[in-house]
Write a protein that binds this ligand. Structure first.
Ligand SMILES: [Zn+2]
Length: 592
């Protein structure tokens, strides 16, 4: 499929498909509608019996899905409006209202979940067998049976979460998103958002890179004690709820169970990664040579090797991404194009806009929404491919229910990272300039570092930090020391660390928002390396297998979805396979 150049331009997204405005009658009607549905749902309480017939049971599940669909829309409208402008008071108050509303609804409908988890095995099996696409959703819910509290306790937890950890996280976002970073560029002091600072952090000028990093952690460090206190509270709250009350084995097991990945598989992933940190250290030593340095400073980890400051027009970026997707499979390109055509992409750089990038898949039939800040760097093009990969994943699974279309976390990064690989392939095929080619290959290693080693060490830090906070009442300074220790192990002798990096951890939203989320990136990237290898070996016959993994969405356990593609996530050999790919990449770079 051909795309005319510059068809698309940088834009703000249009949330109109969700709701037209904060005061729209439809939005109020949605709240009222949910209220009515929940009242009617409460009426089924008496019908829930161990020997109930499957038809009645399915009606209950369908009713619950219908309510969830409306709630998802309202929730998404609030969250996306807030992400588009975190300083917008209407958005802030809608987020608060929705969180409160959802907690109340959860409490009123909790009896169903609790009844379902308590139900005996034989009857649960009988009802699940008749549940079709809902099966895995129902099965996964029962995994939490040993960690579920009484109805009264669950209600208290729900309500306290709204004004407790959720409020804390919103506050963290509001505080950190208004940070302004001052950097002198070409004799002029610029005031930048974190998103705008990023190009300097990863830019070609070594001095500017250092100053940008120093400014980043000066600002975070200045409020480090407050942000650190927030983290301590988050860790304690996690412990109180999950270990003390719900009896999980470890803080990380909570995430593993939610991901439906065995602890054993995750621990294997972390161990194998630690053992392979030398691959990256070897890479950094080589990179130092290419940059003409004796030793890489932490500031230089993402430095471009070729001084290509190649800037991309948004239209070209969009064309390249869409073409690379279509070259793999035309249907994939068409799905990605929908995100542009329906104005579901917010690519503009704006003050107050949430930093980073994400893709929000709301309900199966709604084209996902993507947020990013496009500044014209090669990395932004990769981000575009990444987030559109997420969107494609959700769209390929849109034949599933609202409960099962959404991929579980460990598989959530599959289509996104695969999308980036497809783009890289295309860039390499089209690029004739040797310097730019080398830059692309180095970038691929930089990204592998950022998604694998870095994320695994974050997860290791989280594991240690949660323990230190809970068992030893660690202070913020002690957590900083722990973080530096973690970095020293990650980089070995290959990279010189400077003091201000001790504040890096307070600048990572993920460890506040979703503890232990980060290993999913490493999981996804290593999985994709292994899948990409298969694609290179098998060609066309690989595609249906890959598309099948994606279209499964969250309708099966990740372990089972992958087993069908011949992958055993408990085996160290499987994970090592991903690192072997990386090792070869470093060899190849050394030959250049
Ligand atoms: Zn992603």
């Amino acid at each position: 499929m051909a795309y005319s150049i510059n068809t698309y331009s940088v834009k703000k997204w249009d949330l109109g498909e969700l709701f037209s405005a904060f005061n729209s009658p439809e939005l109020q009607a949605a709240f009222d509608n949910v209220e009515e549905q929940v009242t009617s749902f409460e009426g089924v309480r008496g019908k829930l019996k161990a020997d109930m017939d499957a038809g009645t049971f399915l009606d209950v599940v369908r009713a619950s899905e219908e309510t969830t669909r409306i709630v998802n829309k309202v929730y998404a409208f609030a969250e996306l409006s807030f992400a588009a402008n975190t300083q917008d008071q209407n958005a802030q108050s809608l987020v608060g209202r929705v969180q409160q509303f959802v907690a109340e609804i959860q409490n009123r409908t909790l009896f169903f979940d609790l009844w379902w988890k308590e139900l005996d095995e034989a009857n649960a099996e009988r009802l699940m067998n008749a549940a079709g696409d809902y099966r895995y959703y129902l099965e996964a819910m029962r995994h939490f049976k040993p960690h579920t509290l009484s109805e009264a306790e669950e209600k208290v937890v729900n309500l306290k979460t709204v004004t407790g950890s959720n409020a804390l996280i919103n506050l963290y976002d509001s505080i950190t998103n208004r940070y302004v970073f001052k950097v002198e560029v070409d004799g002029e002091v610029k005031e930048l958002t974190r998103g705008q600072l990023q190009p300097y952090i990863q830019g070609p000028d070594p001095d500017l890179r250092a100053r940008a990093y120093q400014e980043l952690y000066r600002v975070y460090g200045e409020e480090g004690p407050i942000l650190g206190q927030m983290y301590q509270t988050r860790a304690r709250d996690w412990h109180n709820e999950n270990i003390t009350m719900r009896k999980f084995n470890t803080p990380m097991s909570v995430r593993n169970l939610a991901n439906d990945v065995p602890d054993e598989a995750v621990n294997t992933l972390l161990d194998v990664t630690k053992k392979n940190s030398r691959i990256f250290q070897r890479y950094f030593k080589m990179k130092a040579k290419h940059l003409g340095m004796d030793r890489l400073r932490r500031y230089d980890v993402y430095a471009p090797v070729a001084k290509s400051d190649k800037a991309f027009e948004f239209g070209d970026a969009a064309r390249m991404v869409l073409e690379s997707f279509s070259a793999f499979e035309p249907r994939v390109g068409e799905l990605a194009q929908r995100v542009f055509d329906q104005d579901h992409l917010d690519s503009e750089v704006r003050k107050g806009k949430q930093g980073g990038a994400f893709c929000a898949s709301i309900n199966p039939e709604i084209t996902p929404y993507v947020l990013m800040s496009f500044t014209g760097r090669a990395r932004d093009v990769a981000t575009l491919a990444h987030e559109l990969g997420h969107a494609i994943h959700a769209m390929l699974a849109s034949h599933h229910s609202t409960f099962t279309f959404h991929s579980s976390l460990p598989l959530a990064e599959t289509a996104s990272t695969f999308g980036e690989m497809m783009l890289t392939e295309k860039l390499l095929a089209e690029e004739t300039d040797e310097a730019v080619r080398r830059d692309i290959l180095f970038k691929q290693m930089d990204d592998a570092f950022a998604t694998i080693l870095r994320q695994v060490y974050f997860a290791i830090f989280e594991r240690d930090a949660h323990e230190l906070v809970v068992k030893k009442n660690a202070s913020t300074d002690e957590l900083c020391a722990l973080y530096m220790e973690n970095l020293r192990e990650e980089f070995g002798e290959a990279v010189e660390l400077s003091e201000e990096f001790k504040w890096e951890w307070v600048s990572i939203p993920h460890i506040y928002h979703t503890p232990f989320y980060v290993y999913a990136y490493a999981f996804g990237q290593l999985l994709v390396f292994s899948l990409y290898q298969q694609f290179k070996q098998e060609g066309e016959s690989f595609k249906p297998k890959y598309l099948k993994i994606l279209s499964a969405g969250g309708s099966e356990a990740p372990e089972r979805i992958l087993a069908e593609a011949g992958i055993d996530i408990r085996s160290p050999k499987f994970w090592q396979g991903g690192f072997d790919v990386l090792n070869r990449m470093v060899d190849e770079l050394e030959r250049l």
